[in-house]
Write a new protein. Sequence first.
Lengths: 339, 256
Amino acid sequence: MPLPIVFIGIAAATGAAGAGAAVKAGVDHNTAKKINSNTEERIMHAALRLEGLRHQCGEALGSLGKEKMQVLSASLLPFVDAFAKIKNVDFAESSGLLELSKLHDDSASFEKEDTLEHFGVSLAGGSLAGLTGGALAAFGAYSAASTFAVASTGTAISSLSGAAATNATLAFFGGGSLATGGLGMAGGTAVLGGLVAGPALLVMGVIVSAKVGKGLEEAKRYAAQADELCQQFENGAVQCVAIRRRTWMFYNLLARLDALFLPLVFDLERIIETEGTDYALYTEDSKKTVAMAASAAMSVKAVLDTPMLSEDGSLADSAETEFPRFLEDIRAKEKLLGN
Amino acid sequence: MVLNKRAALKIFCYLMAADGAATADEQECFQAIGTELDPDAFCEYREQIVEEVDRQIHSGIEEEDAYELLLEGIDRELAVPAEGEAGIGVRLLVWDLLTIAFSNAEYAGAERKLIKHIVRVTGMEHSVFFEMEHSMKTIAAIEKEMNWIEQSNRPYAQVRPIVDELQNRRAATMEGIRQLIQDEEYESVEKIAPPKDSKIAKWSANFASTGTELGGKFAGATKSIAGSINKQTRKLFSRSKDANAGEHTEAESTEE
């Protein structure tokens, strides 16, 4: 009978068309799912990396800040106290020591003012001024966040101003604001105060707000947007790494310098105790020790006064350009002292 | 770049030989690094690699060939492929080399030259090497300061906070190095390419269009078939009507 065959044929053809379309839709859906999953993984991975690096960066800056305060209070200020007691200081004959001619000129100008104590105040002045203004502010930590952070409201920090900018900047180091599950201002202050705050996803807001498309075209668009976002995260990560590395370099520089300086400060105190306060009456070795301690103190002060970050939050030029000079200086001193 | 562990351990041996015979401190450091790097197998091949290195550095024609022989041996080891993912990163290798070089009192010029050669050959960033070297010198300076303060005759109350601070500094410096080594391990997630012309997509698209085409053809055919069926049906029914009418007439005439 021909009639059923005809209808079976029609059904088969219609079925083929339907099945083909269904398979294509299934493949598209599957592809979109894969792309979306890959996109989310890429964003999450890049975000977590930036978060980790941001945390490391804050930790390094906090460590440097603490070390600076420690060196200032435990080494530089005791030196200033001891050095201020010494009279008739003359480094003119202390050949072989770096920077001493400059120090000699400085001491001459202080003598005019008839107060050697002023030298001490001048020596520590820069750092003290910074400390009174809020410990790490002197080291440029506040501006660090501005370049690469996004405020928890989704606004770039650089576009904020006044109190809002400060809050956002602090929140960057503290791990995002309370609204996005971070530690907010309190956390930021804790980090800047040298305490390590628990990490939270800085970019959680960005990730959560990103709308995942279900269709293939939407998935492709989302993936393209993610390229841009991941690039931004990568740029931030590169900056974090650069700042973190330079900060540890300075941390180590100061540690090396203090390893030379503190024994000299102890020697200086011993000399005052055993030989009195008149430089003119000191033995040649003691004179050399005093000169060496003063030279090291100037190096310490120069390192303490070097900010890590510039106004715009990037790595400060001075932190880059001055470092080789500082390193050369410490190598010369280590050689001189047989370290 | 990931290096073969056994090859890396041989490179450590070459470094120890760079400034003459390996000191006890260097050997102790080598043992510690080897045990940590390859805990399962190091003790089995330790002697073997020491002998291999010894053979290489004594294979020269004259004494003055020594440094070239070291470089030859090192370059050969750097070319050994890592076994799967079980290898050692370049930064960790260089840090371990610096650890061995600093384990005895002197960081010899020959050792530094050799490490710089490895840095160049492996393509490691020079700034990373200088940073590592600076960190190692910092640790050495901190250790020295710690010895000095512990031996000083200052009161305990004054010494203790300084020792604590120095311990913190050593830990912080190590943390900086750990982060630097960790940077090398980072790999971003690859973006998958949207499968524009995948076989399944092509097949399903073709299948759908062929189905639609066939459907169209069948519909056309159906139309004509349906037309002829209708015609035939009409003919069939009209013929049976005529026949019925004939039969009816015949019956009527018979009755008559």
